[in-house]
Design a protein around this ligand. Structure first.
Ligand SMILES: [Zn+2]
Ligand SMILES: [Zn+2]
Length: 122
């Protein structure tokens, strides 16, 4: 038996449609939201996770893009769940464009709930 090097599991994703109206009012921006859910401080610079950078060199992400998992043989009934990934402006993930990225780059795209405990509407 061959011993394979441990590989980061990768997942095939594609751009999600009709997401321009979505926002996280708590984080004020999807890249901020990504950093928060991925456990980074807000002032940390995050690399664009588009696989094109494996050839062209690293670039800092300046936005978060909505993606969803592509159907695969193993997963032929994918949920419509949306995820956020960090990208640079060259790599806004287009609809139908499928890219393979490390699993750990996906964070939940559901907007954060504002803390309403104790807050009262006037
Ligand atoms: Zn958020
Ligand atoms: Zn990029």
């Amino acid at each position: 038996m061959m011993i394979l090097k441990a590989k980061v599991p990768k997942v095939l994703v594609k751009g999600a449609e009709n997401t321009s109206e979505l926002e996280c009012k708590v984080c004020k921006g999807w890249l901020n939201h990504w950093k928060k859910l991925a456990g980074y401080k807000q002032d940390v610079k995050i690399k664009c996770c588009h696989p094109a950078h494996e050839r062209s060199g690293e670039k800092i992400a300046d936005r978060g893009a909505h993606v969803m998992k592509c159907p695969t043989v193993k997963n032929d009934n994918p949920s419509k769940e949306l995820f956020i990934i960090p990208v640079c402006k060259e790599h806004i993930i287009k609809e139908k464009e499928a890219i393979r990225i490390p699993d750990e780059m996906l964070v939940d795209a559901r907007p954060c709930k504002p803390r309403t405990i104790g807050a009262r509407r006037r």
